[in-house]
Design a protein around this ligand. Structure first.
Ligand SMILES: Nc1nc2c(ncn2[C@@H]2O[C@H](COP(=O)(O)OP(=O)(O)OP(=O)(O)O)[C@@H](O)[C@H]2O)c(=O)[nH]1
Ligand SMILES: [Mg+2]
Ligand SMILES: [Zn+2]
Length: 312
């Protein structure tokens, strides 16, 4: 039987949809036995983005017999005391943070928490997009420019644009081409609109608050990989996942994922410095000397507080 290779675009239980590499056709596949990557202690064996090897069975479905090692993966904490996590997406090249200063306004806190997640999960590149710029007045536009410049100076890629305007298609396609991206952003910031601009064939419903974001309602979370063949790109959407679900980080680790803190970390007097009230803290000094943006530092303190509340 012929061995085939493909990428998982959708996964549920022991079944998943795999995009076959050579023909680019979607094949429903089943997992063979207790297949699982040993390095990943997760409740589910495969994730969207996994590269798998399979054969076609007599019923026309595929049977997966191997999963390639992942270069990275985003996991979701398991509920309660369960030490096992759930893998949401794998082999990610880039995180796209979709923000906006129009409704629903994105806080810098959200952006900073997402950047920590990107660094923690070893996602090589992060891009911050300020969407809905057509709705910005002069003051909002100036603010967007200031924020974009700030994150650019820190080392991230930033753009101000509108997902409703075709004129931004060239820059958007450049951002995503030849990559697997994960897109995150509050409900209503325009994720689906942006995907539709990149591939009108996707025809994703926009405008409604997606069913997944219904607070209090328990929903299974599924990541979906949208294909953008024109740009050899994939974008993974993770509807309904709350920010905190991504955080598998201890308070003392957070500063390691603040890339603008890294040059100073080794100069703190205490090696376990949390950069709060400790004496001779190189981070606090750098903030005072305007070498680190105070906005970033304030949000860092916010993350520590959030992790503390979560532990209670
Ligand atoms: N004026 C303006 N409206 C936009 C822009 N981008 C998106 N919108 C509108 O914002 C609303 C929400 O957009 P969606 O694409 O559905 O947002 P989403 O991020 O997919 O939201 P969820 O699926 O709920 O997470 C829709 O009414 C869009 O038409 C933009 O650049 N400018
Ligand atoms: Mg949407
Ligand atoms: Zn310190």
């Amino acid at each position: 039987m012929e061995n085939k290779t493909g990428t998982v675009t959708h996964s549920k239980g022991n079944w998943c949809t795999v995009l076959e590499k050579d023909t680019q056709t979607a094949i429903e596949c089943r997992l063979k036995g207790k297949l699982r990557l040993t390095a990943w202690n997760t409740t589910n064996p495969v994730a969207v983005g996994d590269v798998v090897h399979f054969t076609i069975e007599t019923d026309g479905n595929g049977l997966i017999h191997a999963i390639e090692e992942r270069k990275n993966g985003i996991i979701r904490k398991a509920a309660g005391k369960n030490p096992q996590a759930h893998i949401i997406a794998a082999n990610i090249d880039q995180l796209i943070i979709l923000a906006t200063l129009a409704y629903p306004r994105t806080s810098l806190g959200f952006i900073d928490r997402m950047l920590v997640i990107a660094e923690a999960y070893k996602i090589p590149k992060s891009v911050i997009l300020w969407n809905k710029c057509d709705l910005y007045d002069a003051e909002m536009y100036t603010k967007a420019q200031y924020h974009a410049q700030m994150y650019h100076n820190i080392g991230y890629h930033t753009y101000i644009l509108s997902a409703l305007n075709n004129a931004f298609l060239p820059i958007l396609s450049q951002i995503i081409e030849n990559k697997t991206s994960v897109i995150v952003g509050h409900s209503g910031t325009g994720k689906s609109t942006l995907l539709n601009l990149l591939n009108p064939n996707l025809n994703i419903k926009t405008g409604d608050i997606s069913v997944w974001s219904n607070k209090g309602k328990h929903t299974t979370t599924l990541a979906t990989m949208h294909l953008l063949p024109l740009y050899h790109a994939q974008i993974i959407d993770t509807p309904g996942i709350k920010e905190l679900d991504f955080f598998n980080i201890e308070p003392h680790e957070v500063s390691r994922y603040y890339i603008d803190f890294l040059p100073y970390l080794s100069d703190c007097k205490f090696s376990n410095c949390l950069h709060q009230n400790e004496p001779h803290c190189a981070i606090k000094n750098a903030v005072q000397e305007n070498k680190i943006y105070s906005e970033r530092y304030q949000n860092y303190l916010g993350i520590l507080e959030m992790l503390r509340q979560d532990k209670k």
